[in-house]
Structure formats: C-alpha cells, structure tokens
Design a protein around this ligand. Structure first.
Ligand SMILES: NC(=O)c1ccc[n+]([C@@H]2O[C@H](COP(=O)([O-])OP(=O)(O)OC[C@H]3O[C@@H](n4cnc5c(N)ncnc54)[C@H](OP(=O)(O)O)[C@@H]3O)[C@@H](O)[C@H]2O)c1
Length: 525
C-alpha cells in the first residue's frame, strides 16, 4: 500500500481560499429537533473549528418558546446550552473553549410557531439586527429541519414576510435548504415544488440528500471520470450486472410513526439509492458544476424503465422483519416496535430489479436492495463484469474462476476493491480470486468531514451540485410511485404476508429466489 497522502498546509489553504463564502446568517427552523441536535449543530461547530465559516456568520434558532423560562435572554442561554450539549455529544472533534466562545456569541434565538405570521416578523427584526451587528449584508440561508408537513407553510410565510430576496435587488441573497422526504409520491412532490417555486427561484432551492455529501459517494465521480481506464468498460459490453446495497442492522430506532408512513422504498430507495444509481450510471458531465452534473443524473432517472402494475411481482420483493437475533442481541419484530400498527404491512426490506433504458446500459440489470435489521451495516455498489470470453486454463484449473468484481464501499471501511483471478503458488496452474484494495483510512491521513459539513458549506458558497434539482426529484418519484401503485393493486388480489424475514438475516427468502431466477446471487458483504 502506498504511503498516506498528507495535505500540506499551503494546499489546504489554497483549497480553503477558493471556497470562502460571503458573510451570511443561517436560520434553523426546527432548532430543537433531532436532526439539528445530531447533525446540524455539530457540523456548524466543526466548520467553525476549521476556520471555514465566513466572517459575520451567525445562526438563528427558530423554535417554540419554553414557557418555564422567564425571559428571552434565558431562552437564548438555554438555546446556546442545548447547542453546546449537542456538540459535546455528537461532534467528531471536542469543544475548544476559545472557538466555542466566539461561535456561541454568534448564536441567536427567536421564539416561533411555524404557523404564526407575526413570528416571521420577529424573525425579520432579528435578521435585521444581526445584519447590522455582524455585517451579513442580508445574505440568508433558511434550513427547514422540520416535519415535512410544514415545508409549504413555512415557505409561504417567508415569502409573505418579505424575507426572500435575491442578489439582483441588492438586498443580499436568500437560499433555502429542504430536508428529505421531499413529498411522498409524484403528485405531492410536484405540489411541493410548485409551492416552493412560487416564492423561491430554483437556483435558490437546495434539496438536501446527505448521501451526496459523503466523500465516498463523491468519489464515484472521481473514480469514474478522473481515470481513463474504467469508462471504456463501464457499459453493457463488459458489465454483467450491478448490485446496489444499503443494509442496516438497526431497526427503526423509535421512529415508528414516521416509518409507518414511509417504508423502505420511500425512506431509502427514492432518495439515497436512486442517487447512487444515477451517479453509477450517468454519462460523463462536461464539467463538475451544478447544471452539468445534474443534467446527466436526471437523464438516467428519466431512462429508468417503469415497473408497471402487473410487473411488480416480477421486478420487486418486499419484506418486513420479525423478531430475531442481531449481533448477539434478541430484538423485537417490526410489528412490536413502538408506534407501529400490530398488523402493519409497511415494508422494512425492498429489492428491485431495474433497467436503465439507454445505449450504455441496455439489458444490464441493476439490482437494488435495502433492509432494516439485516446482519450488518453496509452500503456499497458492486459492478460485476462478464467472464473472460475464453479460458485457456480449463484443464488445469483447480477452482472455477470468479467473475471480476469492482466494489465501491460507501460504509463502513470506505474504499474500493477489485477482484481478479491470481495464480496460486505451486507447480500446477491453479487459480483463486484475490482483491486489490484501496481504503480511505490507509491512503489519506485526513479525517473526512461529515456529509452535513460539506453540504452546509456548499450552500453558503452557492454551489448546488450536490443537491437535487426539481426534475431529478420528480423523475425519481415517478419511478417509485409506479411501484407503490403496483403494490396497492397487488394487495387487492394477494394477501401481504408479513413478517417474512427474521431480524438478523439477509431478508426474505423470496429475495434470494428473485435474483437466482436470473442465474445470479446476492453478495454477502
Ligand atoms: N433526524 C434525522 O436523523 C433526519 C435524517 C434525515 C432527514 N431528516 C428530516 O429532517 C426533518 C427534521 O427531522 P427531526 O428528526 O429533527 O424531527 P424532530 O426531532 O421531530 O424535530 C422537529 C422540530 O420541529 C419543531 N416543530 C414542530 N412543529 C412546530 C411548530 N408548529 N412550530 C415550531 N416548531 C415546530 C419541533 O419543535 P418542538 O421541539 O417544540 O416540538 C422540533 O424542533 C424531517 O423532515 C426529517 O425527515 C431527519
């Protein structure tokens, strides 16, 4: 393995300089929520620690007042304390008192109910005050870390309160970050886009999918398009099939109410997994910029062959876990989880066979699977190549050779490995599959930032390459909605028999039969 690459200070400084954002203020709606606590606050603090936040940067938390606190000064102190506690618990690096003190000084709070127009006027006054004191020049990011049912209403109030400006007016820029889920089917995603685009322009809208902020996900593009040797074989002539796996060993972590409404297909496949598919299958963009990259991704999503109602049984498998053993611990079944209907038919496992109907991928199946309470936590994309057209080793072979396999591991043990056949030492021509392996940890002596750090920074800079565009979201929902409709139709004629896999196993037996029908098998990473 080559020596680790150390990024020297001048190189880091040059990269940093190129990415210095304008002064700005970030308003977090849902400032007391789980996402803010576990992801946003630690990400902002780590950016401060790296010296990456612009001068004049402030955060304003917008949340419901705690009536046990006597004054707004007490509420602000409580908010700062909450911020500090979450950084202590979830930051990848510990608190440095000097950095924290400066950072905390730039943290403000506004009492707000999402549905009350006058609270947006208080927010407006606070933003003006912050602009005056910190010189943020009217530049604003609104982060909607809220239940999705409030997205439209908050956007409307922001518009009505005159809080959405654009650079052309000389009042600074406004951007909005919207969390997933973005809709629950094609109709609701379109309706939400329409509502948002009444108030914001598309270039102001940052629909976040935190998978795109992961280093290893971005590395798919670097691996494919910064190297000359892979693209020529990245197509139907050389690829037998692709397997995209996002396996989780955890269950629903107390989010029963949310998960009952969502299910595995909506929760994971519509967003993260179709993004992985798009990055794996897209054509090379002319440049690494927001429009070029997203133009290519959307073409893939629009080329997904629809799975019609009558085809869902052939192209999809659903599952739900029952009780079982995971990592030596006995865990309850999905139907026994808090907030879950004891007769629930929500899927916690899904496998799909997908085709991208274009010149490059014609006839190459892309198998997607995601499940909860599987034996391991692993996310990867495995490209299996076709066998050599002729083997001269037939008579001498000791073991059958395995096809070449390229695995891009997203987590854990992030990296890439390539499997190929090697001669076994000895006097006969025996062979065995071996792996050539790259891992991030060994190759780079730099700790990767959390996905949210990268994405918050990109939004401050105004780079939406790693955020999803309106047409992308709608194309992915179109594909998913067909499957949801097909499942509804199927349920009218065939009883859904759940649970159909034990926690701690690799999903329902039907999923194995599904891929074995094609003469293939799932990887067991
Ligand atoms: N949590 C994650 O890891 C995660 C991951 C990916 C995406 N997301 C998405 O991020 C969003 C937030 O998720 P979350 O887990 O942080 O949710 P959460 O813990 O339920 O937080 C919701 C926040 O909204 C506030 N809120 C709700 N109704 C309000 C109202 N009428 N007025 C003012 N504030 C109100 C809550 O305040 P109170 O405390 O006063 O109720 C809380 O601060 C969701 O869209 C979710 O799908 C979350």
């Amino acid at each position: 393995m080559a020596a680790p690459v150390l990024l020297t200070n001048p190189l880091r400084e040059a990269m940093q300089l190129e990415r210095t954002p304008d002064p700005c203020t970030m308003v977090i709606f849902g400032a007391t929520g789980d996402l803010t606590r576990r992801k946003l606050m630690p990400a902002l603090y780590n950016l401060a620690l790296e010296g990456l936040l612009p001068h004049g940067f402030s955060v304003i938390g917008f949340s419901r007042p705690d009536h046990t606190l006597a004054s707004s000064q007490d509420a602000l102190s409580a908010f700062r304390e909450r911020f500090k506690t979450s950084v202590k618990s979830f930051s990848r690096r510990p608190i440095e008192p000097a950095v924290w003190d400066t950072f905390a000084q730039n943290t403000e709070w506004v009492a707000g109910e999402f549905t009350r127009a006058e609270d947006y006027q208080s927010l407006r006054a606070k933003l003006q005050e912050v602009d005056r004191e910190h010189g943020a020049g009217g530049n604003r990011i609104f982060y909607l870390a809220t239940p999705p049912s409030f997205y439209s209403e908050i956007v409307r109030h922001l518009g009505e309160a005159g809080l959405v400006t654009n650079r052309a007016t000389g009042q600074g820029w406004t951007r909005i970050i919207i969390e997933k889920p973005f809709g629950r089917d094609l109709a609701t995603a379109k309706a939400l886009n329409d509502e948002i685009l009444k108030v914001f322009k598309e270039e102001q809208v940052y629909r976040i999918d935190h998978y795109l902020g992961k280093e290893t996900v971005q590395n798919i593009l670097v691996f494919r398009f910064a190297n000359g040797i892979f693209e020529p074989i990245w197509n139907r002539n050389f690829v037998d099939h692709v397997q995209i796996t996002v396996a989780e060993s955890i269950g629903i972590e107390g989010r029963g109410t949310y998960y009952e409404e969502a299910g595995a297909l909506r929760d994971m496949v519509q967003s993260h997994m179709l993004q992985l598919l798009a990055l794996t299958a897209m054509e090379p963009p002319g440049a690494f910029d927001a429009e070029a990259v997203r133009n290519e991704k959307v073409k893939v999503l629009q080329a997904l062959r629809p799975i019609q109602n009558f085809e869902v049984a052939e192209f999809t498998v659903r599952g739900q876990y029952g009780p079982g053993w995971v990592a030596g611990e006995y865990v309850p079944g999905y139907r026994q989880e808090r907030g879950v209907n004891p007769n629930s038919t929500t899927e916690t496992y899904v496998a799909l066979k997908v085709f991208v109907d274009n010149w490059r991928w014609a006839g190459v199946p892309i198998y997607i699977r995601h499940g909860k309470r599987l034996p391991k936590r692993v996310s990867e994309i495995a490209i299996q190549f076709k066998n050599a057209p002729h083997s001269p080793f037939i008579r001498a072979a000791q073991l059958p050779s395995e096809p070449n396999l390229l695995v891009m591991r997203i987590q854990p043990n992030d990296g890439i490995s390539l499997r190929f056949a090697a001669k076994m030492p000895g006097t006969v021509m025996g062979m065995r599959a071996v792996n050539m392996d790259f891992t991030y940890d060994e190759a780079f002596d730099v700790e990767a930032p959390d996905a949210y750090e990268r994405l918050l920074m990109d939004c401050m800079i105004g780079d939406s390459t790693l955020f999803t565009r309106k047409d992308e979201v709608e194309a992915s929902w179109k594909f998913i909605t067909d499957i949801l409709d097909g499942w509804c139709e199927l349920a009218k004629v065939t009883e859904v028999r759940f649970p159909n896999y034990d926690a701690g196993t690799w999903g329902p037996p039907a999923a194995d039969a599904f891929i074995e029908r094609d003469g293939r098998e799932w990887r067991r990473p």
